[in-house]
Write a new protein. Structure first.
Length: 347
């Protein structure tokens, strides 16, 4: 069951999170929606915008799943030492950097005529170093220029690689008391705002893996007839809580952690048993990282007028998803072809 959830989470939940993320980026600004003539019927404007704004929860969902997945992978290795954990972390970091570098190269090769690299990074040695930092996902950490605003997430991804093993060690020593420790830690220490915001969510992901929370939630005996109404009501409640102004200002980091757990259950319990939808979400989830990192190019830079020309919100979302997904699939196939060619040459 442990490996089953891990496999499903990487597909279904990430696929659902990407849909919410694209919806957030496309429709969360009222002025943009009005100026671009988006038709969001049959929903009232206020409800539509609130739901679109809720899509920002996707980042917390990815943080939760990353912490959960890394922790689950470490816990199944009996007798693993902290040194071994961090050796694996270094390998994970290098792999993630290499994948991001390939993504960066593909973007710059395909659309270089759209970008003014000299103005963005500067000229000479400094410009080259800035571009190199962006190419491996370090621009946010080093506070250097970046080609894409959504690449800020790489800072979180890199920090999690090394933070989660430490949290995993702590949870094995102190159990769920880890959550109280992490709750008060930002009060004592001054963290980067992004780290402070998602630190508690990461700790919840570690505890969820340690205590098999998701398996327990998925085994709750809820009659199929009641599961959809309960899930829908829970989602509406989450939207109302998270998009409340007071929560946004004071308790967003806490709300996100709990809602991320519900989001994972909601995605799996409701859609994990619907074959066609499950397959689509798994496909989207398989390429979720690529879609996350490239979709802003399509709807902001390359095809803004074309994407929004579909007018209807559902069609706009589908067009952006399809463009990002096709690009991701092609990129992965090219990577595999290059690797096969390199292996043959080596032989």
């Amino acid at each position: 069951m442990e490996r089953e959830f891990s496999r499903r989470a990487s597909g279904i939940v990430k696929g659902m999170a990407i849909l919410f993320l694209l919806n957030y980026h496309l429709f969360s600004e009222a002025a943009a929606v009005a100026d671009l003539g988006v038709d969001y019927r049959p929903f009232p404007q206020e409800a539509f915008l609130v739901f679109a704004g809720f899509g920002n929860i996707s980042v917390a969902v990815f943080v939760f799943l990353t912490a959960f997945g890394i922790t689950r992978g470490l816990l199944v290795q009996e007798g693993i030492t902290p040194r071994d954990m961090y050796r694996q972390a270094v390998r994970r970091l290098l792999k993630l950097m290499a994948n991001f570098l390939v993504l960066f190269v593909s973007v710059t090769l395909l659309w270089q005529q759209r970008f003014d690299f000299a103005s963005l990074y500067g000229r000479g040695k400094q410009g080259f170093l800035y571009m190199l930092a962006d190419a491996v996902g370090l621009a946010q950490i080093l506070d250097t220029p970046t080609l894409n605003m959504t690449w800020w997430y790489m800072e979180i991804a890199y920090v999690l690689i090394f933070l989660v093993p430490l949290l995993c060690i702590l949870v094995q020593k102190v159990g769920y008391s880890l959550l109280f420790l992490i709750f008060f830690l930002p009060v004592v220490l001054n963290f980067n705002p992004d780290i402070s915001r998602y630190l508690f969510t990461a700790a919840v992901g570690v505890c969820a893996a340690y205590g098999n929370w998701m398996e327990k939630l998925l085994h709750l005996k809820i009659h199929p007839v009641l599961r959809w109404p309960a899930g829908g009501a829970g989602l509406i409640l989450c939207v109302m809580i998270r998009q409340n102004y007071f929560v946004q200002e004071r308790f967003l980091h806490l709300a996100d952690a709990g809602i991320a757990v519900f989001f994972a259950w909601f995605s799996l319990a409701l859609f994990g048993s619907v074959p066609v939808i499950k397959g689509i979400l798994e496909l989207i989830g398989k390429y979720s990282m690529n879609i996350y990192m490239v979709h802003t190019f399509f709807y902001l830079i390359l095809w803004r007028s074309y994407i929004y020309a579909f007018r209807y919100a559902g069609l706009i979302l589908a067009a952006l998803l399809l463009a990002s997904l096709l690009w991701s699939v092609v990129l992965e196939q090219v990577k595999k072809a290059v690797i096969r060619f390199a292996v043959k040459r080596k032989k």
